[in-house]
Design a protein around this ligand. Structure first.
Ligand code: 8YV
Length: 313
């Protein structure tokens, strides 16, 4: 059997690249000097796309691949994959749920602690020798506070469990009340923001959640409030967030995701009340190994006619 041709939209770690190149003819879209020329040359041969959460697969890309059978995503979020296009052509889509839940929940708590306790500022304070001149200003406690979770999927639940271990009170906003979840459901996002000390965003990206954190939500969160976003940049109205940070209408933010990654709005860089993180919530060796394995298992299952381990459609 000849090796199937696959198109990769971005690089995976070397350990995955080695395995993928052993089993497939790998075409590297991100390396191509002329992407259109690559697609013209090999588009008809491509049977699978191996992509990443942030890169996804547009209808335009999939249209250039008439024999595409499956899109396997290295990531849980599928908002950058045109699912309706895939569905209309019977193209299967898989993602990597569960294996990254704990790491993303960990980074949400890390960003909350970093923003409230000013950990990055403390590091600069020590390195710059300021400590020998004066004491670091007092910061904001996290333990025992009210945490509002925007989204209550697997990662939202894991963040809630962690925050509960800090003695925090947990409320959440979601489309529906989750009966199996012990946290307080709040169907009104503005009311949740007004109640919470800290708002942590972990809803899926996409049109349904675009800019749900807008100027009104930030105003409701208030001048002592902290926003953490580990979902997608698209869920937050970024100009409104920058205005709120600049005007101290909220206290601080901890952000793993942005509108224009990796070339984020330069105004973030000069703000001292935001902790910036490079979309790296799942970026541990352990989790990335598990994500790569799951991408390969989904591709292998597809090409051997076995049930897909983690199908989206
Ligand atoms: C990854 C992600 O950073 O799971 C997701 O949806 O966005 C992240 O886990 C990404 O897929 C790797 O580039």
């Amino acid at each position: 059997m000849p090796k199937p041709d696959i198109l990769m939209t971005g690089a995976y770690p070397d350990w995955d690249m080695e395995e993928l190149e052993r089993d497939y003819v790998v075409h590297r879209l991100w390396d191509a000097a002329d992407r259109q020329a690559l697609l013209n040359a090999v588009g008809r041969d491509i049977r699978a796309i191996a992509t990443k959460g942030d890169l996804g697969a547009s209808a335009e890309l999939m249209t250039a691949l008439p024999n595409l059978e499956i899109v396997s995503c290295y990531g849980v979020g599928t908002d950058a994959i045109d699912l309706s296009h895939a569905r209309s052509r019977g193209i299967r889509v898989t993602n990597t749920p569960d294996v990254l839940t704990d790491d993303v929940a960990d980074i949400a708590i890390g960003l909350l602690l970093a923003a409230a306790r000013q950990i990055a500022q403390g590091d600069v304070f020590v390195r710059a020798g300021t400590w020998s001149k004066r004491a670091m200003p007092l910061v904001t406690r996290v333990s025992g506070k009210k945490v509002g979770l925007v989204g209550m999927g697997r990662i939202g639940q894991a963040i809630g469990q962690r925050a509960a271990a800090f003695g925090c009170e947990i409320g959440y906003f979601a489309r529906h009340k989750r009966e199996e979840v012990g946290f307080a459901f709040q169907p009104d996002l503005l009311a949740l923001a007004a109640w919470a000390d800290f708002l942590v965003v972990i809803v899926p990206g996409g049109e349904a959640t675009r800019n749900i954190i807008d100027a009104d939500v930030l105003k409701a969160l208030g001048p002592r409030g902290i926003l953490v976003n580990v979902s997608r940049g698209s869920t937050v109205d970024e100009p409104a967030l920058i205005a709120a940070l600049e005007g101290r209408m909220i206290q601080a933010a901890g952000l793993d995701v942005f509108w224009n990654e990796p070339d984020i709005d330069a105004r973030f860089l000069s703000l001292d009340n935001v902790v910036l993180h490079p979309h790296h919530g799942s970026g541990t060796v352990e989790t990335r190994r598990a994500m790569g394995k799951l991408v390969r298992e989904n591709l292998a299952a597809h090409f051997s006619g076995a049930p897909l381990p983690t199908p989206v459609i």
